[in-house]
Write a protein that binds this ligand. Sequence first.
Ligand code: FES
Ligand code: FE
Length: 429
Amino acid sequence: MNPLVDKAQRLVSRKIFVKPEIYARELQQIFARSWLFIGHESQIPNSGDYITNYMGEDPVIMWRDGAGKIRVFLNSCRHRGMKVCRTDAGNARQFRCSFHGWTYGTDGTLLAVPYQEQAYGKTLDRNDWGLREVPKVQNYGGFIFASWDAGADSLDQYLGDARWYFDITIERSIGGIEFIRGHQRYKATANWKLMAENFCGDAYHLPYSHGSVYKLDIRQISPVTYTSAPILHTVSLDNGHGMTSLAFDNERYETDLKLAEEMGKEEADYIRACRARLAARLDDSRASIFALGFGNLFPNFAFNNFSALRPMGFYQAHPRAAHQIEMWQWCGVDRDAPASIKEMIRVDFARTQAASGLAAQDDAENFEQVTEATSGAVGQDLQFNYQMGLEQAPTTRPGVAGRISPYFSENNQMNFYSHWSDLMEREAS
Ligand code: FES
Ligand code: FE
């Protein structure tokens, strides 16, 4: 029988996108053990502020406690499992479960139990029944990640060289990154890995799947597009991370500057200030990249940012079933960008990435139809082909992190599935 991931032939069994038993193992081996994105610190600036999210299928609350510390809890009452927080975001000093009224504080402590004396006598010790807290929570440049695995590597080790690149997005913002309030969500009948692998390296689909977007020519800005493929690159990183559409020699900065000059002096000065800030904070290689392109941090936290004039899009493909994802997406902006640019970014994000957005519809349609045509008894017996780049060993570039491949390559997808396979086969915890 073929292995699920054939690393040598670069073939992947279609079963991993449809089989419920493989999906169940992913929840244990990947989502319960990896570092997962939870939210951005700008979403909860004050004590008591909270947002809700998911880690795999587990709902969680990210809550800033009374001392200002960010904590993450399973959003599930310890009595009978009800969600204790039923809203997306807000400020609360405590959560009272709406089922029977058990009440928890910002540090997760079970503060009160209705009729405790009458109902339980002396048998219930509230100290034993606080909210289940996620043991590992770390902040990288404002991005909060958490892991259920108390023995997991540090977040720095987990991100590895992805930090080298991600720092460009973090450091370019003059006033720091701010997540625009709220987030967009939509469901798709597709496996979560289709979304993750698409972000981590599929530049090949852009000219075809999104051809209509480019033909419309309605975007204010089209910095370096697929038509410039020879100057763009794909980078594979350890732990399954990957990014693509990278230009190394100031191409994105120069395009941004030209476009900003057409908008006005304030906008052009802003782009120059972003470049100067990167040069002051990072090495020249990174300042010259200026904006990343797009990528995926394993397993399911993706991003795109092609320009300082366009959204910092952050995406999470939450697994819901072997055949189901729920896409959550946030738009990041530089807190101190000119108002004209902030507004342009807000409109661009909604127009492009919302459920009815120009690009998101193309992608969701692909993923749903791939899933349908892969799920049948015959369809799931075949393999997907990731042989693009088979004969091109990745290269390196002085002063630049990661293994570099041409723009059209499937090295990142294979990097993703090789890591996925290693995690699936490791011993269960
Ligand atoms: Fe929460 Fe009963 S389920 S108090
Ligand atoms: Fe796409």
